[in-house]
Design a protein around this ligand. Structure first.
Ligand code: ATP
Length: 262
């Protein structure tokens, strides 16, 4: 039987805005199985980013359970979290005063258990793994293109070989060419490292290029979690607008070229 890497049951997320309560998730269930690339799509404010942060243990839901790799997400803690879950934040979020290599090595240095030479070696391996030349190691973030920043942030997320990788809008802000090559990199890393990936994206090309399943957030829950063909055919106003509106023709083209066997 397929092993679940993320298991969310009856999740409620409630924020207090002044004296108003806003319920973002209500009785939300979601399962992510080992080896899949599950994409979360949904309208603005449906709580996709919050869900990623909850999986990482950075935020605690009002109610419900989130189990990540067999443990409650809250137990991931800040320390050690990087060895189990890698996170690529939307903005890349590199430390501007650190070099590329120092950025990549940061989670390992924080642990304070490995000698510097070994940490440097591990960071250089990851630099190569994300397709950057060794001479990028000593550059500062301000010297990098948007695509390179994403690659460095990805190398940092993968420094401890976590089995689960969370991606928030991985190709947002990239030009089409950089976006395609970043998708190709993610696909090969997913395949070669046997990663399980949960990704938030609005971009149809990224969605169809990488996802083995798509989970749609609407009406405060996951309304469908299935292969793209089934999701696109699911009758719901958000899905209709997202896949079949003016972007529909592109979605249909991408579905025809869909690279996975379903
Ligand atoms: N710490 C917080 N305090 C109060 N409200 C919050 C907090 N974090 C998120 N929210 C609200 O929760 C809702 C969901 O936010 P989230 O960023 O997860 O949405 P999203 O689905 O990722 O949206 P988008 O696609 O626009 O990025 C939003 O209405 C947001 O304003």
């Amino acid at each position: 039987m397929s092993e679940s890497v993320v298991e969310i049951k009856k999740l409620w997320t409630i924020f207090q805005n002044g004296d108003r309560e806003s319920v973002v998730h209500k009785d939300l269930d979601l399962t992510v199985v080992r080896g899949e690339v599950l994409s979360l799509v949904g309208g603005s404010g449906t709580g996709k980013t919050v869900l990623l942060r909850q999986m990482l243990g950075l935020e605690t839901p009002a109610r419900g359970e989130i189990t990540v790799l067999g443990k409650p997400a809250a137990e991931l803690g800040k320390r050690g979290a990087a060895s189990r879950v890698g996170m690529l934040f939307q903005q890349g979020a590199l430390f501007s005063a650190f070099t590329v290599l120092e950025n990549i090595a940061f989670p390992l240095r924080e642990l304070k258990i490995l000698p510097s030479a070994l940490i440097r070696e591990a960071a250089l391996v990851k630099l190569q793994m994300v397709g950057l030349a060794p001479d990028a190691a000593d550059k500062m973030p301000s010297d990098l293109s948007g695509g390179m920043i994403k690659r460095v942030a990805l190398a940092r997320a993968l420094i401890m070989d976590p089995p689960l990788l969370l991606l928030d809008e991985p190709t947002a802000g990239l030009d089409p060419e950089s976006s395609d090559s970043f998708c190709a990199l993610l696909r090969s890393l997913h395949r070669d490292m046997g990663l399980t990936v949960v990704m938030v994206t609005h971009d149809l090309d990224t969605l169809f290029e990488l996802s083995t399943r798509i989970a749609v957030l609407a009406d405060q829950k996951v309304i469908i979690n299935d292969v793209p063909k089934e999701v696109v055919a699911f009758p719901h106003p958000f899905i209709h607008q997202f896949f079949l509106g003016e972007r529909g023709q592109r979605a249909m083209e991408l579905l025809r070229e869909y690279p996975f066997t379903v």
